[in-house]
Design a protein around this ligand. Structure first.
Ligand SMILES: Cc1cc2ncn([C@H]3O[C@H](COP(=O)(O)O)[C@@H](O)[C@H]3O)c2cc1C
Ligand SMILES: O=C(O)c1cccnc1
Length: 338
């Protein structure tokens, strides 16, 4: 913690001084791309992805240790009846991840991705955001720091995912606080809320943002008042990846809300991130637009767990493989004259 005082100060400082892209590495990748046995530009966005890898790793495009990190947390706002599933499902799904039985496990096997699951004090849900702040500043900062540590084990492509019953309500509240509009603009079904549950969800988001409205001009206050442990940890992990030259793929509606906090502090904070997938959650495309991003995939999924990011990691791996593995015109004896 900084000598000067409040726990958030270190994060404010980090976010003010983010490293930029490596332009020499990008120039080298562009030069190689121009030599590869294909018409210029014919790999479309795959070429841009290869350059993006170079920009944020400072090296030739390569993905050798991709990792999906799932952060799990529980939410006091579930007391408002905002989700069809009980909070106990969060811990049960963490067990399921460990046993290899979840959707994300199968995608990781299919695409050869590492998987780590971090559960964040599941037995201590955050406070109900319709009644008080989700977290204290100290707790929120400690959880961000935990998220930063989580990626220290080494990876060269980090996929950010989450598990936390109630957290689509949290994501909607964060988006309403950051971007305005009405609660109905940002609330969607999540795991399947409809009818009375959906109505309570909209009401809960409205009440939470109204309760905290005098404190929401500071994005880190949005995070601690309206967020959750897995949201804070995802924000920390995305930030740590930037410092450690690790490109990031962000998952669905919930992971995007954690990323949005960082972007609200520093507009360049997500330059090392791709959005893997646009969720079927209705607010997700609007939220992605606010970040100025274009998602790689649109598969109609609305799951979380890092599934959309993990599927996009397959594309990023392929982009790096093309860049690194293709022959040049000279090597293959292919004529590059029209
Ligand atoms: C069995 C099951 C597996 C999941 N895997 C991800 N989620 C997803 O759904 C939850 C958010 O939706 P809501 O806000 O409606 O509760 C999060 O845990 C998210 O990761 C799941 C949800 C369930 C029920
Ligand atoms: O898009 C997501 O992140 C999402 C959607 C529904 C449920 N959980 C997560």
């Amino acid at each position: 913690m900084s000598a000067s005082g409040l726990p958030f100060d270190d994060f404010r400082e980090l976010l003010r001084n983010l490293p930029g892209p490596d332009s020499a590495a990008v120039a080298a990748a562009r030069a190689r791309d121009a030599q590869l046995t294909k018409p210029p530009g014919s790999l479309g966005r795959l070429e841009e992805i290869a350059f993006w890898l170079s920009a944020w790793t400072g090296r030739a495009p390569a993905v050798t240790r991709p990792l999906v990190a799932i952060f799990a947390g529980n939410h006091g706002v579930t007391a408002q009846g905002v989700t069809p599933f009980p909070s106990s499902v969060t811990a049960q799904m963490v067990e399921n991840f460990a046993a290899g039985g979840a959707a994300i496990n199968q995608i990781c096997v299919a695409y050869d991705l590492g998987l780590k699951v971090f559960d964040l004090a599941l037995e201590y849900p955050t406070a109900d955001i319709t009644q008080e702040a989700a977290l204290s500043e100290r707790d929120c900062a400690a959880t961000m720091a935990f998220g930063m540590e989580a990626v220290a084990g080494g990876t060269d492509l980090l996929c950010i995912g989450e598990m936390g019953i109630g957290n689509t309500t949290i994501a909607a509240a964060i988006n309403l606080a950051l971007y305005g509009g009405t609660a109905a603009d940002w609330v969607g079904p999540g795991t399947g809320a409809e009818g009375e549950i959906l109505a309570r969800k909209i009401q809960a988001v409205d009440r939470a943002v109204a309760l905290h409205r005098d404190h929401l001009s500071d994005p880190l206050e949005v995070l601690r008042r309206l967020g959750g442990r897995e949201i804070a940890a995802m924000a920390g992990a995305i930030l740590a990846a930037r410092m450690q030259k690790i490109p990031v793929i962000i998952d669905g509606y919930v992971a995007t809300s954690a990323a949005a906090i960082l972007k609200a502090v520093n507009p360049a904070a997500l330059d090392h991130c791709l959005i893997g997938h646009v969720s079927a959650e209705p607010g997700h495309m609007k939220a992605i637009d606010r970040l100025g991003k274009t998602p790689l995939l649109a598969l109609g999924m609305r799951l979380g767990e890092g599934t959309g990011a993990a599927l996009a990691a397959g594309i990023v791996k392929a982009a790096a493989a093309c860049h690194g593995g293709m022959a040049t015109f000279a090597q293959a004896g292919v004529s590059n004259k029209a």
